[in-house]
Design a protein around this ligand. Structure first.
Ligand code: ATP
Length: 236
């Protein structure tokens, strides 16, 4: 059924002990859609990402992904069903080369395809140049590229890009956005949590603004103008 959203979140509530981090959060992401999630510091963006990927439990509410209820599924089961949280929790293998790290990711996913590594090098030329270098000797930014390449080369159905550009040099921020554009073109739906609101809005087709754990605004990304950003994020 093509009208069923890939991800459907209904009345999601997350608590940290007595503190309510999310409440009454509902939204959909269609297959191949791109949703920007914006909000001031502490609004609940990372909590939402953690709840969707199974790292914190939902206290109430429903999360349906690809037709299955994942609200109480384990992070591993959620990842295997095609929902990845970037950057991945697990780091790269420092003793293996860049090329070996990419091969390991394919083997682990049971998807060893010869052209996948070449495609990763096309998207991340810096990794191609360093294919024989041990991952542990890459710079921090290069290690982030490697972990992103590993996650995207197995073409998940939905990727949550959680502040991927944080702390990266401008050149690498461009590489991150470019790699997400390519993932999208390959059919991956994206939820983008991003400090650069304007860039996230250019990338996405829908936008959700969180304020103190609730949805304060939702609409087309093109309609989230300066007024919305000023009002909810204190910027623009
Ligand atoms: P930022 O942009 O600053 O990263 P955010 O929108 O991602 O913020 P969250 O990290 O989701 O916000 O935090 C939402 C609220 O939950 C905040 O008030 C935060 O202090 C609180 N919180 C987050 N993690 C925990 C935790 N493990 N225990 C208790 N409270 C937490």
């Amino acid at each position: 059924n093509t009208s069923t959203p890939l991800l459907s979140v209904r009345d999601l509530q997350v608590r940290y002990g007595p503190a309510l981090a999310l409440s009454g959060v509902s939204f959909d992401v269609p297959a191949k859609g791109a949703l920007a999630v914006l909000g001031a510091n502490g609004a609940g963006k990372s909590t939402l990402a953690r709840a969707l990927s199974g790292l914190v439990p939902a206290s109430t509410g429903r999360i349906t992904f690809a037709g299955r209820d994942i609200a109480s599924a384990s992070p591993d089961a959620i990842r295997r069903s095609g929902l990845v949280h970037l950057p991945e929790g697990r780091g790269v293998f420092p003793g293996l080369t860049v090329h070996e790290n990419l091969r390991m990711a394919l083997i682990a996913a049971g998807a060893e395809r010869a052209d996948a590594i070449d495609r990763a090098f096309a998207i991340f030329p810096v990794l191609g140049d360093r294919r024989r270098q041990r991952a542990g000797t890459l710079s921090g930014g290069e290690q982030q590229m490697l972990s992103l390449a590993r996650a995207l080369m197995i073409t998940p159905r939905l990727a949550i890009a959680d502040e991927l550009s944080l702390g990266l040099a401008p050149r690498l921020v461009d590489v991150v956005f470019e790699s997400l554009e390519r993932a999208r073109a390959a059919g991956v739906a994206i939820i983008m949590i991003e400090q650069f609101a304007h860039r996230a809005l250019e990338f996405a087709d829908r936008c959700l603004v969180l304020q103190r754990g609730s949805v304060a605004w939702e609409g087309a990304a093109s309609a989230a103008g300066d007024e919305v950003l000023r009002h909810y994020l204190g910027e623009a």
